[in-house]
Design a protein around this ligand. Structure first.
Ligand code: ADP
Length: 479
């Protein structure tokens, strides 16, 4: 079976969030399941730098005002075969992939349009793809372009929502600029309160829709979780499925992690985590204190991630003799609140405002608890990494967090399933209560704590399981 994936991020070259991790790992896991999978991405400078280009597959003269564009067949280390949309007018820029230069709508409609054209024609090899699988709003118009095409081979389409909060909404006056077929601009299509909504277009036209956890698939069909598209999600509910993300074992593996001073497994967790903690406390300017429970955060800093709830709990954490380390970047007011806390509690609170892959790994290895107090979380990856590294996740019971963490209760301790701490209400009081539960268990029940760590480390979050679910979805579509 031939499957073409299209997306706007790829780990480790272009990463904003979890989408990059998924695009780095899922295609390889699908290949292991026997799928001929290829990947189409914008030719960002970071990708062109590492790519070995073989041929030009398509020429697009003046693609949506970008000037001459081409589709290159290439190899990128550590990935499957890739096609790079080389449109220098759009993608040859410094800064983040979503920085707005006033033409974001054209850049990503162009990515979707080029993906569709390539899938319809098959490039120089005339490949007939069975499935085109696109990810998030940046590629969501692909199914629209494919379904509305007059000629060509029409593959089935799958759209995966990694986060429904981001939809790509623009004034309808840009309709001509993005080459959108007029017949798709209606209530059951890409039209959205008299504007254009890229994601909604994809939701309307894709043959199947997936999202990255079963609980999130339910939540987005309700007004509270649907980001105004809950009606659309209910309308497509028969074609909607939640498939949980996995862990890239090549990147996140404590027995082989190059970012750690000492690697470890379930067997030497106690000694090795203590050592990683000590080294890390020194690295980030925390007091070297083996018995202080260390709470870690690796996150974009915004309110959806519940970072305001955490700020309200810093006093609570510190006054109980615990430590906090925050690695993240995002909203200015949150960044400065964490910075202020570091000044107020030197040795007990540390932060690294920025993005750093190595520190992210060391937070997981050193921390006793990883905090993920998200208001909404489609899947979440950091809680999976935490478990693999013996840090117990403490999270809000939502989306993928609810699907991957088993709350520590008397019952779950008895039946041997507990892996972390969950709280339900998204407010600072309930987060505080969960923090108290973690502190109490850590102080009074080290043996129980250790047994939960061992269980968490042994959880199966492999990509193979998820890839098999995607394969059965593909097979159902082409039946
Ligand atoms: P989201 O995609 O909403 O940001 P996820 O938990 O799905 O959340 O994925 C976040 C990914 O980004 C994880 O791989 C996490 O380790 C990484 N990450 C987030 N912030 C940082 C940071 N400041 N430095 C390094 N890695 C980070």
């Amino acid at each position: 079976m031939k499957v073409l994936h299209a997306a706007a991020e790829l780990f480790p070259h272009v990463k904003v969030g979890g989408l990059a991790d998924v695009m780095g790992a899922l295609p390889l896991a699908l290949r292991k399941e026997g799928i001929d999978v290829r990947l189409l991405l914008p030719a960002y400078p970071a990708l062109l730098k590492v790519a070995k280009v073989f041929s030009v597959e398509e020429n697009f003269p003046d693609l949506m005002g970008s000037g001459q564009a081409r589709l290159l067949l290439a190899e990128v280390p550590g990935s499957v075969t890739v096609y790079l949309l080389d449109a220098p007018g759009f993608f040859s820029r410094e800064g983040g992939p979503y920085d707005d230069h006033g033409d974001t709508h054209r850049r990503f409609s162009a990515l979707s349009w080029a993906t569709a054209q390539f899938a319809l024609r098959g490039g120089s090899e005339g490949i007939k793809y069975d499935i085109v699988h696109v990810h998030d709003w940046q590629t969501a118009l692909t199914p629209v372009f494919i379904k509305c095409a007059w000629e060509g081979h029409r593959p089935k389409t799958v759209l995966t929502i990694h986060n429904l909060a981001y939809q790509g909404i623009y004034s309808k006056h840009i309709l001509d600029e993005i080459w959108l077929p007029k017949e798709s601009f209606h209530l059951q299509g890409a039209e959205y309160f008299d504007q254009i909504n890229f994601l909604k277009g994809g939701l309307a036209y894709a043959d199947a829709i997936t999202t990255v956890s079963p609980t999130y698939a339910k939540e987005i069909q309700e007004p509270e979780g649907g980001y105004t598209l809950d009606g659309m999600m209910r309308y497509r509910s028969n074609d909607l499925k939640g498939i949980i993300n996995g862990i890239d074992e090549l990147v996140w593996n404590p027995t082989k992690d190059k970012h750690l001073r000492t690697v470890f497994s379930k067997k030497d967790i106690k000694k090795a985590k203590a050592y990683n903690k000590k080294v890390f406390q020194n690295e980030v300017g925390l007091a070297e204190s083996p018995n202080s429970p260390l709470f870690g955060v690796v996150s974009r800093l915004n309110d959806i991630k519940g970072m305001d709830l955490l700020i309200a709990n810093i006093d609570h954490i510190v006054s109980n003799g615990a430590q906090l380390v925050v690695l993240g970047k995002g909203d200015y007011n949150l960044e400065s609140a964490f910075h202020t806390a570091t000044l107020r509690y030197p040795g007990s609170v540390a932060n690294y405002i920025g993005y750093d892959e190595g520190i992210a790994h060391r937070v997981m290895a050193a921390s006793d608890v990883l905090l993920v107090p998200s208001r909404s979380e489609p899947c979440g990856l950091t809680q999976l990494y935490a478990m693999r590294y013996g840090a117990l996740p403490l999270a809000r019971k939502t989306g993928g967090l609810a699907d991957t963490i088993v709350d520590i209760t008397e019952e779950s301790l008895k039946d041997g399933t507990a892996t972390g701490f969950l709280f339900v209400e998204p407010d600072s009081w309930h987060l505080g209560e969960a923090i108290t539960r973690a502190l109490t268990l850590y102080k009074n029940e080290q043996k129980t704590w250790h047994s939960i760590q061992v269980r968490a480390m042994g959880q199966d979050f492999s990509w193979a399981k998820s890839a098999q679910q995607y394969v059965s979805l593909y097979k159902n579509l082409v039946k």
